[in-house]
Design a protein around this ligand. Structure first.
Ligand code: ADP
Length: 298
């Protein structure tokens, strides 16, 4: 297998409150980027981790690319779009509750699947390609189809494809459009990594097993259902197993729990770990991340 982990999606500027009123610290995060960042830390050095996206040509885009490279995530396949820039979100803290405001409607990343040849080059020689429901949500319908076709070509060339539905109703025109696009994309993946609470809210699943069976029926060989502090469930070629979560003494910030779980799990699987051990690695990675503040916890 080629030792290349490729993640496709959008990284954004993050403005997070510093504690001093009216002052924000600038960082960079985004679900598929977070997974790439944690995968870089979890995989051995002979693996490459590359991000596939688009940014602008402005100084903030330069800073984002420098941040990725500094984190060991390759940017060869992050294209520059002259008349666009990166998306941004701001975290508001009010009485200890976090809320998010986004500016991403015209972000450069929305064009990441405009050019099929560029996607083919980015996926060439990948051992694993990872994408999410947020990757789908930022693309128009035509570009979503282009991405799925490129993933199929990648699979035919030997890559495994992993998909986190990461359901975000606010990013979609309506729930039916989201359900249809996510279900379709999952059918192009070998490994599907849903979170039960999101799936129950959107698809009405009565149990983690119902979530797993729904994605398996669509064609996924392996489904890993994450479940906050609850038991996780796997469905592997028809075999169901449940897995205990890690105990976390104090939950500080659950941002990127699922993203970091995916990285720990996939890296362990790519290294040949058993399913149970890989789930444990994912849960351990997530437990470390939720025990500290921020999306990217070193
Ligand atoms: P997401 O961040 O995508 O909503 P979940 O909330 O399902 O995902 O969490 C992903 C994984 O992170 C869980 O399956 C579990 O391993 C770990 N996790 C999340 N919250 C907790 C918690 N309170 N205690 C222990 N593990 C947790």
């Amino acid at each position: 297998m080629q030792r290349r982990f490729v993640s496709v999606g959008e990284c954004m500027v993050e403005m997070a409150p510093t504690g001093t009123a009216g002052t924000f610290a600038m960082g960079f995060a985004g679900d598929t980027f977070n997974t790439a960042w944690y995968a870089r830390r979890a995989l051995p050095d002979d693996w490459r981790v590359d991000y596939v996206s688009c940014v602008g040509t402005d100084p903030v885009s330069d800073r984002m690319l420098a941040f990725m490279e500094h984190g060991g995530v390759g940017t060869t396949h992050v294209a520059r779009i002259p008349d666009r820039t990166v998306g941004l979100y701001l975290i508001e803290l009010s009485d200890g509750e976090r809320s998010f405001v986004y500016w991403r409607g015209q972000s450069a990343a929305r064009l990441l699947a405009r050019d099929p040849a560029r996607l083919d080059a980015a996926l060439d020689g990948a051992g694993l390609v990872y994408f999410s429901g947020i990757t789908l949500a930022i693309l128009d319908a035509r570009d979503r189809a282009v991405l799925l076709e490129a993933l199929d070509r990648g699979r035919a060339a030997g890559a495994q494809v992993a998909f986190d539905p990461n359901l975000r109703p606010r990013l979609w025109r309506d729930l039916d459009a989201m359900r249809a696009a996510v279900t379709k994309a999952a059918a192009h993946a070998d490994i599907v990594l849903p979170s039960f609470d999101d799936e129950a809210a959107v698809f009405g699943d009565a149990s983690p097993e119902a979530t797993a069976r729904r994605y398996a029926a669509g064609g996924a060989k392996l489904v890993v259902v994450k479940n906050g502090p609850g038991e996780m469930l796997t469905l592997d070629a028809g075999t169901v197993a449940v897995h205990a979560p890690e105990r976390v003494a104090r939950v500080e910030d659950t941002t990127a729990a699922g993203d970091s779980f995916n990285a720990g799990f996939l890296a362990a699987r790519l290294g040949g770990a058993s399913l149970a051990n890989a789930v444990r690695e994912g849960a351990r990675t997530a437990a470390r991340v939720i025990g500290a503040r921020g999306a990217l916890v070193g």
